[in-house]
Write a protein that binds this ligand. Sequence first.
Ligand code: NAP
Length: 259
Amino acid sequence: MSKTALITGASAGIGTELARRFAIDRINLVLVARRRDRLEALAGELSTTHGISVEVLPMDLTDAREREKLFHQLKEKGLAIDYLVNNAGFGDSGPFLESDWARQQEMIELNITALSHLTRLFVPDMVQRRQGGLLNVASTAAFLPGPYMSVYYATKAYVLSFTEALARELKGRGVRVSALCPGPVVTEFQQQANIKNARMFSGPMVLSAERVARIGYDGLMRGKTVNIAGLLMKLTIHPLRLTPRAVVRAVSAALTRNH
Ligand SMILES: NC(=O)c1ccc[n+]([C@@H]2O[C@H](COP(=O)([O-])OP(=O)(O)OC[C@H]3O[C@@H](n4cnc5c(N)ncnc54)[C@H](OP(=O)(O)O)[C@@H]3O)[C@@H](O)[C@H]2O)c1
C-alpha cells in the first residue's frame, strides 16, 4: 500500500529536498509551510515526475489552532500519515539582551512547541498501526551552547533531547524515530537568521540541502536515532563531549558572532 509523508517547511531549503527524496521512493506527500505558491510549484513538479499524490496545506505553524486543524482535516479526508517530518524552523542572531522578544517567542513556538505538538497529534496513530516514522530536524547546534544565537541553539538542544527520549519510549513499537543534525547548509536560513558572518557557511563542513536530505531520509529509514550529517561534522562533534565547556563556549562564540 502506498505511504504518505507530512513534511513541514517544504517551501524552501532542506524541506524541499526532503520532499523530493520521499517522492523518489513514490511516497505520497502532504506539504506544509506558509508560502502557498512555492508549495504548489513543488507539488506540481513532484506529482508529474513521480506520479504521486501531493496535498498542499499552507499554514502558519506557530498557530496552535492551525496545527489542530491540520490534524483534523487529514483525519476527515481519511489520509493516514506514515511519516511525520518536523523540519520547519528558523534562527536569529545577535546578543540576546538586544533581541526582538517577539521573534524569540515565535522561534520557540515553531522550533519547539509546534514540533512537539505535531508529534503528539500524529505519532499515536503510527504506534497503533505499528508502522511509520518520525524525523525531527535538529542541528549540530544541539550539541553546544550558541552565544549570539542562544535561543536558536537551545531550541535545537530541545529537539535532540526530546527526539532521543521519544526514540527510547517507542523502542520495539514499530515506529522509527530519528533526529537529523546537519551542520551549515546554504538555504534561506542564513538570511532569515540575519547571519552576516560568512565564515560559518563556507568550507568543507558545508553540505548541500540535497545531500542533507538524503542523509536524513536514509537515517530515518534505518531508524538511526541521532544522525549527524557528514563525516567531517561527526569528527568535529564527537570530541566536544570531552572538551571543557568553557572552551566549547569560546569557540562557539567565535563562530556565531556577527562581524
Ligand atoms: N541551513 C542550515 O544551516 C541548517 C543547519 C542545521 C539545521 N537546520 C534546520 O533545518 C530546518 C530547515 O531549515 P532550512 O535551512 O531549510 O531553512 P529555510 O530555507 O529558511 O526553510 C525553512 C522552512 O520553514 C518554513 N517555515 C518558517 N516559518 C514557518 C511557520 N511559521 N509556519 C510554517 N512553516 C514555516 C519556511 O516556509 P515559509 O516561509 O513558506 O513558511 C521554509 O519552508 C530548520 O529546522 C533549521 O533549523 C538548518
